[in-house]
Design a protein around this ligand. Structure first.
Ligand SMILES: [Zn+2]
Length: 310
């Protein structure tokens, strides 16, 4: 009987769902007077980071907090809520989503009393594809994420718009550039603090992902950013950037596109083009596996550009 019980106990342990590893703590620091960055891991979603793989930014206003991006699951959202509570007792009253990729907004539901803000295109993409992002996240983390569901924005800004508002006493400019990393990017600029929070239009230490992007617009948006008088540039992933690092990213993307376009015009295939590219810088970065897809996206855009010219 004892042996049987022991066997049953062992079986129960093995059949049980393994405990998920804890969500890593953000590296949090004060970037400006009212602005704290909560830097996340930069690896793609996996069982170690539990879908926390973005930077969030907390802007502490008069009576509440404006949080930019909320993480890749309900649980990550709660984790970020706790990180904000360690900084201030003020409640999160506004959550801004920089784009529709699930790692940036699936934590929204952890802030049930907040007003949600995004671009108009992002709201539509979150509504249409949110469930797919939950599935992708579950696949990458390797377990179900009960309680995680998409929550689209309440307040949106139109493509091409630039709107200055005051939220919680903080002056904020919401700028919706021409689709760059995605069709629905939203840039958040704090003119008094000279902080630009850019979502994945800026990335640091990882290869930028063109898959849902528009590469020529992206280069233009990076030019626009450099003309903005910002001092601190908060990317969607990786450490806070300087203007010089933004310029480097701009040049890397621009050179990559020019090289793929040149190959397209010479009638080369994508794999022939790949062999001509200098990928030494990007090969060293996190998420180098997106380079092939980036060539594909650049090739399609070069093809579309050549049709436009005809
Ligand atoms: Zn993204």
């Amino acid at each position: 009987m004892r042996r049987l019980l022991a066997a049953a106990f062992l079986l129960a342990v093995h059949a049980g769902v393994p405990a998920a590893s804890p969500v890593p703590e953000p590296r949090a620091y004060r970037l400006a007077e009212h602005v704290y960055v909560l830097l996340g891991p930069i690896q793609h979603a996996n069982a170690s980071n539990q879908g926390f793989m973005i930077n969030a930014t907390a802007i502490i206003g008069d009576k509440g907090v404006i949080l930019i991006d909320s993480g890749g699951s309900h649980e990550v959202g709660e984790h970020l809520a706790r990180a904000v509570r360690r900084i201030t007792p003020k409640p999160v009253t506004h959550v801004v989503n920089t784009h529709h990729h699930g790692d940036h907004h699936l934590g929204n539901t952890a802030f049930p009393n907040a007003v949600f803000i995004s671009s108009e295109a992002c709201r539509k993409l979150v509504s249409d594809t949110g469930h797919e992002w939950v599935g992708l996240m579950e696949h990458d983390i390797g377990r179900k994420l009960p309680g995680t569901k998409a929550r689209a924005a309440d307040v949106t800004y139109a493509n091409g718009s630039r709107t200055e508002v005051t939220l919680q006493g903080v002056r904020i400019i919401f700028r919706v550039p021409k689709g760059s990393h995605t069709a629905g990017d939203l840039l958040v600029y704090l003119p008094d603090e000279k902080v630009l929070i850019a979502g994945d239009v800026l990335v640091n230490g990882i290869v930028p992902t063109f898959q849902d992007g528009f590469i020529r617009n992206w280069v233009q948006t990076l030019d626009e950013m450099q003309a903005m008088d910002a001092k601190h540039f908060v990317p969607g992933h990786g450490d806070v950037m300087t203007a010089a690092e933004v310029a480097n990213l701009r040049d890397a993307i621009s050179r990559f596109y020019a090289a793929v376009k040149d190959g397209y015009r010479k009638g080369r295939t994508e794999s022939e083009i790949r062999a001509t590219l200098d990928l030494s810088a990007w090969n060293k970065l996190e998420r180098a596996y997106v380079i092939g897809r980036n060539i594909n996206r650049a090739y399609l855009e070069a093809e579309a550009e050549s049709f436009d010219e005809k």
